[in-house]
Design a protein around this ligand. Structure first.
Ligand SMILES: Nc1ncnc2c1ncn2[C@@H]1O[C@H](COP(=O)(O)OP(=O)(O)O)[C@@H](O)[C@H]1O
Ligand SMILES: [Mg+2]
Length: 501
């Protein structure tokens, strides 16, 4: 008998023995909690116990969700946020790398912030922080995302210019901002460095040039997503119900990571300044989905939030298809691990090594279907039972099919600010279908269009929508007729055609 085969046999033996000598699920009193103070997730596989989640008896409220694409990570997150909002009134901010939550957030009546598509954040906005602290955070983000750490003199020049920009704008570095004086932007910082270069008195002009070049990457015209006046009120983010920070419109991973890091810093500060209060459950949940760069870096505030979140009733949910992308400090410290279907052995090894579950559970995980999960929790009391168990399936909320077409990125900045202008059109499936029928569009085309809309989580901007209609061979006349039936003005319709060419 080969060695591998023998090992396999032994681990099966071992699995059977653990299985027989110890119950394979935590006792019901650990799974079934007060329904007014916990979140129903699903039914356990072995004993059919309804599992309701609370962090009262866990080491902390944070959750990791891992599993291959299509295994049900986002579905779990949506279900969890919906119920947390019902039960505790929990606010949620989703840092949405790929824009995959937009449709659902829209449908749930939440707020969507689409960066680079009508929404902007100024990285230097204080959101109630002292300029000195924000300056440090900006430098920390540059450390994570650029090579600046390796160039101490450039780093010093940049940090100095950031602080100078606040001073020039009338702020006091170590005081909380008062009134509503506008914050400076990275453009002001780059300008200060340029002026210094032009003065010609500084000894190492090449250092200055490189520092300017680095900053320009984030502040030059057309790429100044973080160097314009903010269009959103950062102060209200954690008390606005459900918020989707859609990063999919940003041009690349670095821009997305910069936005995510900034948001985590801001949320961490808000968390600290709000302090603890006597409310049940969680005040806010921050979701990081597929944000690997932000979830993996040691210097990211995701880690600070994991360390301090419990006492402030702030929870972090990190979802990823690759568990090794989640920083060890996060992965091994979350109170709850949700493991959906895993394919790669090396990921399985990593998780098993970290959570220490039995070979029996390992084999169960490899057989999980969509939405089925293994759940591992760290209880505060040292548990005398296996802490990993299998759930039949995450029982979800089934929402209505609502389709939304947004205009934001066809509008100018001032049009976007105009409160009287309709910027999106939402229809239930039946109603939208009737608009197609009004325009004499045949059923095959209608079905094909809905299929494409579903693939985009039922939320598209008008340019995309027109592209879809064209790709399904609708004539220009039919498209115009449909868009008019939807209620879109001719002026906007013609812009959509220009941009979708
Ligand atoms: N527990 C579940 N019950 C019913 N459908 C589910 C469940 N989990 C996932 N699905 C469906 O499976 C598909 C993939 O799920 P999704 O959450 O997007 O996967 P992931 O985020 O892991 O890539 C979606 O259509 C989703 O609605
Ligand atoms: Mg997903």
């Amino acid at each position: 008998m080969g060695l591998i085969k023998m090992q396999k046999l032994m681990s099966n033996e071992l699995a059977k023995r653990t299985f027989l000598s110890r119950p394979p699920e935590p006792p019901p009193e650990f799974l079934l909690n007060d329904p007014t103070d916990s979140i129903f997730v699903g039914i356990t596989k072995r004993f059919g116990v309804p599992f309701t989640w609370t962090f009262n008896n866990l080491t902390n409220p944070h959750i990791s969700v891992v599993g291959i694409t299509g295994s049900g990570k986002s579905f779990f997150v949506k279900t969890f946020l919906t119920r947390a909002s019902y039960v505790w009134g929990t606010n949620a901010i989703i840092i949405d790398w790929a824009g995959e939550y937009r449709g659902w957030v829209k449908q749930s009546g939440g707020t969507i912030i689409s960066l680079a598509k009508g929404d902007y954040i100024n990285l230097m906005d204080l959101a109630g922080m002292k300029p000195i602290d924000r300056s440090k955070q900006i430098m920390n983000s540059l450390d994570i995302l650029t090579d600046i750490t390796g160039f101490p003199e450039q780093r010093r020049l940049t940090a100095e210019a950031v602080e100078q920009a606040y001073l020039n704008a009338g702020f006091i570095l170590s005081s909380l901002p008062t009134g509503n004086r506008p914050a400076p932007t990275l453009k002001d910082v780059a300008k200060l460095l340029e002026e210094k270069l032009q003065e010609g008195t500084y000894e190492y002009p090449a250092e200055l040039e490189n520092a300017i070049y680095r900053l320009r990457q984030f502040s030059r015209e057309g790429e100044d997503y973080f160097a314009r006046k903010s269009t959103i009120d950062l102060d209200k983010l954690i008390s606005s119900g459900l918020v989707d920070l859609d990063l999919s419109g940003l041009p690349d991973e670095r821009f997305r990571a910069l936005a995510a890091l900034f948001m985590l810093q801001t949320l961490k500060e808000k968390m600290r300044s709000e302090g603890w209060s006597a409310v049940k459950g969680l005040k806010a949940i921050i979701v990081l989905d597929e944000a690997w760069k932000v979830a993996s870096d040691d210097r990211s505030d995701a880690i600070t939030i994991v360390r301090e979140g419990r006492k402030y009733q702030f929870g972090l949910i990190v979802a990823s298809q690759n568990p090794t992308d989640i920083n060890e400090a996060i992965f091994s410290n979350v109170g709850t691990n949700i493991i959906l279907r895993i394919k790669f052995q090396k990921f399985m090894d990593y998780i098993q090594g970290s959570l220490n579950f039995s070979p029996f559970i390992r084999s169960e995980i490899s057989k999980l279907g969509v939405g089925e999960a293994a759940i591992d929790m760290s209880f505060q009391t040292s548990a005398q039972f296996p802490s990993t168990f299998i759930l039949n399936r995450v029982v979800g909320e089934v929402p209505l099919d609502v389709y939304t077409i947004t205009l934001a990125d066809l509008l100018s900045e001032s049009e976007n600010r105009d409160q009287t202008l309709q910027k999106e059109y939402s229809f239930e499936k039946l109603l939208l279908t009737s608009k197609f029928i009004e325009s004499s569009i045949n059923n095959d085309i209608i079905d094909a269009v809905f299929k494409q809309l579903d693939a985009r989580t039922r939320l598209v901007d008008l340019k995309e929508f027109v592209k879809i209609l064209i790709s399904e061979r609708m004539t220009k006349e039919a498209i115009v007729s449909l868009l008019r039936a939807i209620g879109i003005s001719d002026n906007i319709i013609s812009r959509a055609f220009v941009y979708s060419e």
